[in-house]
Design a protein around this ligand. Structure first.
Ligand SMILES: NC(=O)C1=CN([C@@H]2O[C@H](COP(=O)(O)OP(=O)(O)OC[C@H]3O[C@@H](n4cnc5c(N)ncnc54)[C@H](O)[C@@H]3O)[C@@H](O)[C@H]2O)C=CC1
Ligand SMILES: O=C(O)[C@@H](O)C(=O)[C@H](O)[C@@H](O)CO
Length: 329
């Protein structure tokens, strides 16, 4: 089924970004503000519209959207309050719930959504921490309920982490995945496990960065510079597991044991790192690790990845030209 009409319940940061992404992807979208705002309803809805407009104007500035197409994209977006939303909800083919990360607020929103949409319409919560399995109790049709975790800013970041619980139907998952692909996003799937993929990984490194500031290891500015042009730039091309294979699982294994001794148990090597070490799966050097490397194509593969890395660094203005560098006198 091609989805061309979506509702987003929750008109904040994520709701607005998701609306911009969908409208940009040729999907009609109704953004519903559930909160009762009394006399300020009109001005709030206008502010939401203005914010979505400015996200799309930035795409014009970036050359991603032709200026003459801007109004056509904006025409796909309607921002409404709950009492005005019943027609939009009854014609929605998929709904994203994007209200604040408070269980009771999610409960009220999901119950309202279920009462306003057709029975077979998939409902995806955008929650960044509650699991789809935690939220099942708030819906009466769990087969159409799942989690679609967009990253912030949602109008730009391609990744959407989709997680389904045991009761979620394959149909609901596929509909959401296909919609994401149709609007140019990249869906990945993960089990309903705390932190999904990105929040779990980033919680570890963000906390470690804060610990380094507290310990006086480096300034916040230097840690962030190191992340932007070293750590982050590299991992925008190579996956974490792919880089274990590049650098060598043995290096990670020995480094982890050293760091565990110096900094604590949180640096222990993972069981899979230990077993890859023990079974001769150290990565490129062994022809296998988390991935398998064909000796005939490994050079071409590494050259391609390195070229992608160079393009990222160049786009960040971090790749010097030979002619820019002068010999020391
Ligand atoms: N902010 C972020 O960086 C990210 C947030 N998320 C998730 O997206 C969801 C939405 O988060 P945000 O857009 O950041 O929240 P937000 O606070 O920016 O927006 C939520 C919207 O709901 C409204 N609202 C407030 N109280 C309400 C209530 N009692 N009932 C109904 N509506 C109410 C707000 O006025 C606003 O329109 C959350 O589940 C969050 O975990 C996911 C990824 C990143
Ligand atoms: O990565 C994102 O955009 C989101 O998942 C968040 O920032 C979450 O709110 C969370 O990871 C904060 O640590």
């Amino acid at each position: 089924m091609t989805i061309s009409n979506v509702a987003i319940v929750g008109a904040g940061r994520m709701g607005q970004g998701i609306a911009a992404a969908l409208a940009f992807g040729h999907v009609a979208v109704s953004v519903v503000d559930l909160r009762d705002r009394g006399d300020s309803t009109g001005s709030y809805l206008q502010a939401v519209e203005a914010s979505i407009r400015s996200m799309l104007e930035r795409k014009v500035i970036l050359g991603l959207l032709h200026p003459t197409d801007l109004e056509e994209v904006l025409d796909r977006v309607t921002v409404v309050s709950a009492p005005e939303a019943l027609t939009a909800m009854s014609s929605a083919q998929l709904v994203f719930e994007a209200v604040p990360e408070i269980m009771e607020v999610k409960r009220v929103a999901l119950s309202w959504i279920e009462n306003t949409v057709e029975d077979d319409v998939p409902i995806a919560s955008t929650t960044s921490s509650f699991l789809v399995t935690d939220l099942y109790e708030f819906v009466s049709h769990p087969e159409r309920f799942l989690n679609a975790h967009w990253l912030n800013p949602a109008d730009l970041i391609p990744l959407v982490e989709i997680s389904a619980g045991v009761h979620t139907s394959e149909l609901a998952v596929e509909a959401t995945r296909e919609l994401m692909i149709a609007i140019g996003k990249t869906p990945v799937t993960c089990s309903p496990s705390p932190g999904y993929i990105v929040p779990r990984l980033q919680a570890l490194v963000m906390n470690e960065a804060a610990r380094m500031v507290a310990e006086g290891v480096a300034s916040a500015e230097d840690i962030d510079r190191a992340v932007r042009i070293g750590f982050g730039a590299r991992f925008s091309v190579l996956g974490l597991l792919e880089f274990i294979d590049w650098g060598g699982c043995d290096i990670l294994y020995h480094a982890s044991n050293y760091l565990r001794g110096e900094l604590g148990e949180r640096f222990s090597p993972a069981e899979l790192v230990e077993s890859n070490m023990a079974s001769g799966r150290r990565g490129i050097s062994d022809g296998q690790g988390f991935y398998t490397f064909d000796p005939l194509t490994v050079d071409e593969y590494q050259a391609r990845r390195t070229a992608e890395f160079a393009r990222i660094l160049d786009a960040l203005g971090e790749l010097p030209r030979y002619g820019d560098l002068v010999p020391a006198t």
